[in-house]
Design a protein around this ligand. Structure first.
Ligand SMILES: Nc1ncnc2c1ncn2[C@@H]1O[C@H](COP(=O)(O)OS(=O)(=O)O)[C@@H](OP(=O)(O)O)[C@H]1O
Ligand SMILES: [Mg+2]
Ligand SMILES: [Mg+2]
Ligand SMILES: [Mg+2]
Length: 375
């Protein structure tokens, strides 16, 4: 029997992410492409979209986690308040049906040993599904075991048929110990190139769909969505002499990361390769396996946006275990023990370990030039 630390947590995280990824891919095929996205989407108070896919995926992950680790807390992005409203009846029904389909296991083979169907063979009631979504309401903090969950990270990318990720991480006393990330639209082999967004043929490519997994001290690995053939992954090792051959990986939306500042940082580091833009924590997975080298998420405006722990926890561990360092824009380690947000940090920079300090120096200089050296 395998006795590696966190072996069960790792297997359960993979299973949960695989099941949730099957829900999101199904939502895309059934709803988004049938131009009924409007009926499957709600706009949240911060104007960001949330879909039946986000809700159903959060329900599935929380139910799988609850069956194996009933005492663990969950810090999830979504809650069921909107779904409980009388006018959300149609949305609610879709969420319940999709979650039950994914949990019944008939949809796909799950890579981890979840065949015991610990949550029961019968479909779960509406109330059980809504309560499962609301289990993600924990406030976070620096003590105990808690899972950070983003059921669909990059919802805008998801809706466009671009990159998105199902992201799950276990934090113990504020430190990330296990990270799993499902990227249904990412090619297994980066050489095959990203699929063309929203193009039905590209999205049917058989080589799409990867799960990334890392346990602290045990390295980072990639596996196909529907098999357990794992391979280790590593960042490209860069040093001061080769840093100018790096490429940046950054957000699609300039509102989430300052593209102008990134351009100046490239100049300062003599980097000429075009930046790769993609939504979601797939950026972390990409740099962790060497498709790109440096993940830049520079604060926008006055820097008052507080990054959410579920937007970074699994990617943070993946990059660390693949030979990198992840910090904020001043070089401080990310502090996941402060609640639901990274309130002690501003921006996020991930880079191979031997060049991280050099990248941070360039980031500092670029921010200084903009009069934002105080961030
Ligand atoms: N103002 C601001 N600044 C920084 N980040 C923000 C901001 N607003 C939202 N978000 C979060 O960004 C998450 C998506 O990040 P991406 O890197 O995928 O952005 S992008 O779509 O490529 O622009 C997105 O995650 P999801 O909601 O899970 O999609 C948000 O949590
Ligand atoms: Mg969101
Ligand atoms: Mg997110
Ligand atoms: Mg999300």
């Amino acid at each position: 029997m395998s006795s590696a630390p966190y072996a069960l947590e790792r297997a359960v995280a993979i299973s949960a992410v695989a099941r949730a990824s099957s829900v999101t891919a199904r939502v895309f095929r059934l709803l988004v492409t049938k131009s009924s996205a409007a009926g499957a989407t709600v706009t949240k108070s911060d104007a960001s979209p949330v879909t039946v896919g986000d809700y159903a995926a959060q329900a599935v992950v929380n139910i799988v986690l609850g069956a194996h680790f009933p005492d663990d807390k969950i810090v999830g992005e979504e809650d069921a308040a909107e779904l409980r409203k009388p006018e959300s009846a149609a949305l609610r029904e879709q969420v319940v049906q999709l979650a039950n389909e994914a949990l019944s296991g008939s949809e796909q083979e799950c890579p981890a040993q979840d065949s015991a169907n610990k949550w029961g063979a019968e479909p779960l009631s509406e109330e059980k599904i809504l309560a499962a979504i609301d289990r993600g309401n924990h406030e976070g903090g620096a003590t105990g075991r808690m899972w950070a969950l983003d059921p669909i990270d990059g919802t805008k990318g998801f809706l466009r048929g671009g990159q998105y990720a199902v992201c799950l991480a276990l934090l113990v006393d504020g430190k990330v110990q296990v990270g799993a990330m499902g990227c249904p639209n990412l090619p297994l082999d980066p050489k095959d190139g990203l699929p063309k967004e929203g193009d039905a043929q590209s999205m049917d490519r058989k080589d799409l769909g990867a799960i990334f997994v890392a346990v602290k001290g045990q390295g980072a690995r990639q596996r196909p969505m529907s098999s357990d053939k794992e391979e280790p992954i590593q960042m490209r090792a860069l040093n001061a002499d080769s840093l100018n051959t790096a490429s940046f990986c950054e957000s699609v939306e300039a509102g989430h990361s300052s593209h102008g500042t990134n351009k100046r940082i490239a100049e300062l580091l003599n980097i000429s390769a075009p930046s790769v833009r993609m939504d979601s924590q797939a950026k972390y997975a990409s740099v962790a396996r060497g498709d790109g080298d440096v993940y830049l998420r520079l604060p926008v405006g006055d820097g008052s946006y507080q990054e959410k722990i579920w937007d970074h926890a699994s990617g943070y561990l993946l990059v660390h275990e693949a030979g990198g360092i992840v910090s904020d824009c001043r070089g401080r380690d990310l502090d996941f023990g402060q609640g639901r947000t990274l309130r002690n940090n501003r921006g996020v920079i991930a880079a191979p370990k031997d060049v991280h300090a050099e990248v941070i120096r360039a980031v500092g200089k670029a921010l200084q030039e903009e009069g934002r050296g105080n961030l």
